[in-house]
Write a protein that binds this ligand. Structure first.
Ligand code: SAH
Length: 233
């Protein structure tokens, strides 16, 4: 396989095809999610973010724009595009929200949020991935994403409160208190819950105007675990 970046024109056709697949999968999963189509702005963002730039080479455009997760090294993955679209859609973003992402990985989900106009704070536990995410996002000009290497279960108090919190690693246990505390009233949180090898459920959490937090299951999913020290919870 040749080790070079594919031309951007070709990539657009793959991205458009991927968006069609996400539309189809949104219809197929409507029974679970209660939404048979996603916000056009979210799909538009997916159509614009060069996913291939976030995946280590060598890769083909076919692999980069396939609707499934891919390995990115260090035992971690870049999320499935449909899941990125669903999680973003569930946050109900309009423009300019401040969003916290836990589990930045290679930075793809952060880029989708930034493409939507959000100010993004992304936390990644593994230093080489945090560095890679920072580098790729900077190269692509996503200036409104700030990445730090830390335990995301503690949130990011200096930049709180957040209008949206998106966790892309699975929490085995109750939702970390810090994350609930750092969510704005009327803010939303999307987080997978469940054991590493057992059934996992994506949950949608919401804080009402009075600050009361509740959450409900949305869809069975499969994520890498949120690795956190117990005192973080
Ligand atoms: N959001 C990524 C998916 C990353 S996979 C995307 O756009 O494709 C989940 C990531 O969560 C991994 O990189 C893993 O290292 C990270 N992670 C696991 N536990 C964490 C924790 N406690 N704090 C921050 N990141 C964590």
């Amino acid at each position: 396989m040749m080790n070079h970046r594919p031309p951007e024109d070709d990539a657009q056709a793959y991205r458009d095809a991927l968006v069609d697949e996400i539309r189809a999968q949104a219809r197929e999963t409507a029974f679970w999610t209660g939404r048979d189509c996603f916000d056009e702005r979210v799909l538009n963002a997916i159509a614009q973010v060069p996913r291939h730039a976030f995946i280590p080479e060598p890769l083909t455009l076919n692999q980069a724009y396939a609707n499934h997760p891919q390995p990115i090294g260090f035992g971690q993955t870049i999320s499935q595009p449909y899941i990125v679209a669903l999680m973003t859609d569930l946050l109900n973003l309009h423009n300019n929200e401040r969003v916290l992402e836990i589990g930045a990985g290679c930075g793809y989900q952060s880029a989708v949020l930034a493409q939507l106009g959000c100010e993004v704070y992304a936390v990644e536990r593994l230093e080489p991935l945090a560095d890679l995410a920072r580098l790729t996002l900077a190269k692509l000009g996503y200036e409104r994403v700030t990445v730090k290497c830390a335990d995301g279960a503690k949130g990011w108090a200096e930049h709180a409160p957040f209008d949206g919190i998106l966790v892309t690693a699975c929490q085995d246990g109750p939702i970390p208190k810090a994350l609930i505390e750092q969510l704005n009233p009327e803010g939303r949180m999307v987080i997978p819950l469940g054991p590493k090898w057992g059934p996992q459920m994506l949950h949608l959490g919401q804080k009402d105007a009075a600050g009361q937090f509740t959450h409900e299951p949305v869809l069975p999913v499969s994520f890498v675990p949120l690795v956190s020290r117990p005192e973080s919870g």
